[in-house]
Design a protein around this ligand. Structure first.
Ligand code: BES
Ligand code: MN
Ligand code: ZN
Length: 496
């Protein structure tokens, strides 16, 4: 994230002299108030330029008029709000991203006065959040900076009806933006740099915000009996870790809510090794854990009034003389045994132990896990929806709703005895792979055996968290998926 990019709110009035952003409907007219401020010549100029540029004021479209003679600014950025239907469901963050991508001046003013749409303080804050997220880039490892692409610095001021209210609403979003940035950075970081130990250290950095952090190393996990997790990590020269983060913003008597993340820092597949093509993407197999760290950052920095546990299993899945084999049987922390059929189905082994540990120790109100768990979820849902699996309808509905509200959408997928049957093992209590059919559901069915009937939801984010589709708030490889969704869930249902 460009540290030098500043966001700010001001009362309607000042236009500035840099970039000026105004909104028009399909009639190409701004609101009367904006028209009055920029003057009739500028309104005419917009209509004329629109005709020349074939700009129709459609939603998600914009036109830039450079050095406009009619108004004393460097560039006039005209953004369309579209027709009635578009105006009924604006994605404010995406709109902010669009604006942020269009301005290139040192100082820009966006007049958040939209024809036919009320802009609440919350909406304005979401616009600002989207503007901030758009500026993310990950270029620490580029020794030559591309100046042309460096749309980083500058200041973007939103002129709104009630700047104090918008500022207040944005204050909470700043922590969310920072949390998303942390999650994106973790996912983008190369696997040689970010091993389990280094990842755990990044989780530990949350202590600065008042989060309590505990780290379990190999020895501690051996003592506990987390043999499923340790089995995955045993082929790596780098030790495994579990990081437990606790934010106690609620009443002492409140049961916590819990988030669990898959943190495979690199997934080679192990002895069941993956094909070379695209294997580099498996540095992102810790996106679930990255989301949990980003979420804890967001919640702590906005001092969420809730008791929250975040727990992440950090391992590297490598082939080696000491690596786990197909045919091995491991005893999990819960006491249940798992036959390893495919060492590439490792995420569920990691989660099995962490989920059991969290429900046993913290007795949470619910657990939600996030994991880049299966390629099959990409086959089913492509990259726009995460797979949602749950043993609790209320929790599933709340997550679904938060998904629609934040644009991080989920689609519920089935669990049930049919899938359980597919993971029956000849030799152990279950096997770690049910084969190709229903691959995401059999993986989830295994996880369900480790939640001990606690309300639980599993989000399979293999499609949404990395190599993600580009949009106005995400131009990078990692999206930071889930931070906004879960922050919203907590905000709307679990704070006081
Ligand atoms: N990390 C992968 C899943 C994945 C695939 C994430 C593509 C992101 C993009 C997971 O550990 C895995 O390898 N799953 C196997 C399971 C199979 C062996 C039962 C898969 O999906 O093929
Ligand atoms: Mn795998
Ligand atoms: Zn994996």
């Amino acid at each position: 994230m460009a540290d030098s990019f500043k966001i700010d709110f001001q009362a309607h009035g000042a236009l500035g002299t840099g970039d000026l952003i105004v909104f028009v409907g399909e009639d190409l007219k701004p609101t009367p108030a904006v028209a009055k401020q920029i003057g009739p010549k500028a309104v005419q100029l917009i209509a004329k330029a629109a005709a020349a540029e074939n700009f129709k004021g459609k939603a998600k479209s914009a036109m830039v008029i450079t050095a406009p003679s009619a108004v004393a600014v460097d560039r006039l950025v005209v953004v369309g709000v579209g027709g009635e239907k578009d105006r009924a469901n604006v994605d404010w963050a995406q709109l902010g991203g669009l604006i942020s991508g269009k301005v290139n001046g040192k100082a820009a003013v966006a007049m958040l006065d939209l024809p036919g749409i009320e802009v609440s303080a919350d909406a304005a804050a979401d616009v600002a959040l989207g503007a901030q997220l758009r500026r993310y880039s990950f270029d620490h490892y580029k020794t030559k900076k591309d100046d042309a692409k460096a749309n980083t610095g500058g200041k973007l001021s939103f002129s709104v009806a009630d700047p104090a209210a918008a500022k207040k609403a944005y204050k909470a979003r700043e922590g969310v933006a920072a949390g998303i940035t942390i999650a994106r950075d973790l996912v983008n970081e190369p696997p040689n740099v970010l091993g389990p130990r280094e990842f755990a250290a990044r989780a530990e950095a949350l202590t600065k915000l008042g989060v309590e952090v505990e780290i379990l190393d190999d020895k501690a996990m051996q003592k506990l009996g987390m043999r499923a997790l340790l089995g995955v990590g045993q082929g790596s020269v780098r030790g495994s870790r579990v990081a437990i983060m606790r934010w106690n913003g609620g009443k002492a008597s409140d049961k916590p809510i819990a988030f669990v993340g898959k943190g495979v820092v690199f997934d080679s597949g192990g002895i069941s090794i993956k094909p070379a093509q695209g294997m580099e993407d498996m540095k992102g197999d810790m996106a679930g854990a990255a989301c949990v760290v980003g979420l804890m950052h967001a919640l702590a920095s906005r001092k969420a009034k809730a008791n929250v546990v975040g727990a992440i299993g950090l391992v590297e899945n490598m082939p080696d003389g000491n690596a786990q084999r197909p045919g091995d049987i491991v005893t999990t922390l819960s006491g249940q045994t798992i036959e390893i059929i495919n060492t590439d189905a490792e995420g569920r082994l990691v989660l099995a132990d962490v989920l059991w540990y969290v429900q046993d120790r913290f007795k949470p109100k619910f657990m939600i896990d996030l994991a880049t768990l299966t390629g099959a979820i990409l086959v089913a849902l492509a990259q726009e929806y995460a797979g949602l699996f749950s043993n609790n309808d209320e929790l599933a509905q709340r997550i679904t709703k938060a998904g629609l509200e934040t644009g991080e959408r989920v689609w519920r997928m089935p669990l049930g005895p049919e899938f359980d049957k597919l993971i029956e093992s000849k030799f152990a209590d279950m096997k770690n792979s049910g084969g190709r059919h229903g691959g995401s559901s059999t993986a989830a069915a295994l996880l369900q055996r480790f939640v001990n009937d606690v309300p639980w939801a599993h989000l399979d984010i293999a499609g949404t968290a990395m190599g993600s589709p580009q949009n106005e708030i995400n131009k990078g490889w990692s999206s930071g998926w889930g931070v906004r969704l879960l922050d919203r869930l907590v905000r709307d249902h679990y704070e006081g």
